[in-house]
Design a protein around this ligand. Structure first.
Ligand code: B12
Ligand code: SF4
Ligand code: SF4
Length: 339
């Protein structure tokens, strides 16, 4: 059998939802990374600005690479967990970085290693532009929300790549099927798209609740709504969701969570114990409690005040500041309701 076919067959057996092959080269539009950085759209993600010439050209990252295999696993969840506070679909279960790395390693071991090839696995944190590479490998197109849209799985594929020194027949790139649709741009609560296909991360709730290290700017706090971790607004509204199915990857299934006031009381040890192996673990306790305080400020009731009161004495100033804000918001709501 042709090696590309064998590889794709092995990927399907391992439960990948999409796979494609692209020659190792700078993806189309890679130059826009520099425009994006010039506008400081990366905010405090300093690692995005480090050595952009490597991020925009995979050959500079791995000089042996001739081919990039791009694979995806859908994170789509069809049921909504009942607890207060929303977590982005990709982060409701175990950490997708570990899951994809594990799957890609098995794929490489079953194929590339048998063929004696050099390979390197990349999931998210390596300096690669995964979305434009996926588009060139035929998995879909980069939509106006900047995400890779797959014709069956919509915007829900989580991506990972294998760089290898073997040559394969590449797949053809997909064309843009956004047409006149602007649903994602219109749905964004913070107007984070300065223009279609471009995101200012500093305004994005995924950035503000996950990557942003400090205090959440006041202008965005009410817009956070009940989002505890990440945001799925510009994914949920995409019409290419109509055929999207529940993820078959059981490790991505939602893990039951405690209620917000209870989690607000957790110390570092308890936080680590509860969230080890999940994406929330990377946030560390301070940012997680910061987010809980903002969400309670937006949706909490009188019953949440004692937990916020306690958190307003926390040793971490980040938690203290947001707990005071949360308490004030609830008290303002009670006052308005009484008048
Ligand atoms: C940094 C980062 C973020 C940042 C910035 C996001 C962004 N759009 O750049 C933040 C923290 C905000 C973020 C949020 C999310 N992320 Co993220 N993130 C990344 C990361 C690490 C790098 C992305 C990147 O290179 N950005 C830089 C810009 C320049 O890239 P770009 O948007 O692709 O730029 C293209 C266009 O915008 C255009 N362009 C850019 N500037 C300009 C300027 C002009 C003038 C023009 C014309 C065009 C243009 O050209 C560029 C090249 O094609 C990737 C993993 C990786 N290694 O690739 C994951 C990744 C993109 N994230 C992912 C996910 C799932 C999310 C969230 C959905 C999580 C959530 N639910 O909360 C949100 C979605 C928000 C959104 N609409 O993008 C997935 C996306 C999978 C998919 N199907 O597309 C990835 C691929 C991780 C993975 N391994 O699966 N993320
Ligand atoms: S993830 Fe949410 S805040 Fe970020 S761009 Fe999409 S809709 Fe806007
Ligand atoms: S919501 Fe519409 S414009 Fe946005 S990515 Fe989906 S199809 Fe494209």
């Amino acid at each position: 059998m042709d090696r590309s076919k064998e590889l794709k067959e092995a990927a399907r057996t391992l439960g990948f939802d999409a796979i494609g092959i692209v020659e190792a080269q700078a993806p189309q539009g890679a130059d826009h990374l520099k425009d994006w950085l010039k506008l400081s759209y990366q905010g405090e993600m300093g690692w995005m600005a480090r050595r952009p010439e490597i991020r925009s050209d995979p050959r500079q990252y791995d000089s042996l690479a001739k081919t990039i295999i791009v694979a995806g696993v859908t994170s789509h969840q069809t049921s909504t967990p009942s607890r207060r506070g929303r977590i982005a679909a990709y982060a409701q279960g175990l950490d997708y970085h570990d899951i994809l790395r594990d799957k890609l390693e098995r794929l490489a071991q079953n194929t590339l290693a048998v063929w004696g090839a050099h390979y390197r696995i990349c999931v998210d944190s390596s300096p690669l532009m995964e979305k434009p590479l996926a588009a060139m490998a035929g998995l879909g197109w980069q939509g106006k929300n900047t995400l890779l849209i797959h014709s069956q799985h919509g915007p829900w594929l989580m991506l990972g790549c294998i760089l290898t020194n073997l040559n394969f027949t590449p797949d053809s790139p997909s064309s843009d099927h956004c047409g006149t649709c602007t649903r994602c741009l219109d749905a964004c609560p913070t107007q984070a798209f300065p223009q279609p296909y471009v995101l200012d991360a500093r305004r994005c709730l995924a950035y503000l609740t996950i990557e942003h290290p400090g205090s959440i700017p006041e202008e965005f706090r009410t817009l956070v709504g009940d989002r505890l971790f990440g945001c799925d607004e510009c994914l949920d509204v995409c019409p290419w969701n109509r055929h999207a199915q529940q993820s078959r990857e059981l490790r991505l299934s939602p893990i039951p969570r405690s209620d917000l006031p209870e989690m607000l009381d957790w110390d570092e040890t308890r936080f680590r114990k509860e969230f080890r192996g999940t994406p929330i673990f990377r946030l560390k306790r301070g940012r997680w409690l910061r987010n809980i305080c903002v969400v309670l400020g937006n949706i909490g009731t009188t019953e949440d005040l004692p937990a916020l009161e306690k958190a307003s004495q926390d040793l971490d100033p980040l938690v203290r500041e947001h707990a005071l804000w949360g308490k004030l918001q609830i008290m303002k709501r009670i006052e308005t309701d009484e008048n």
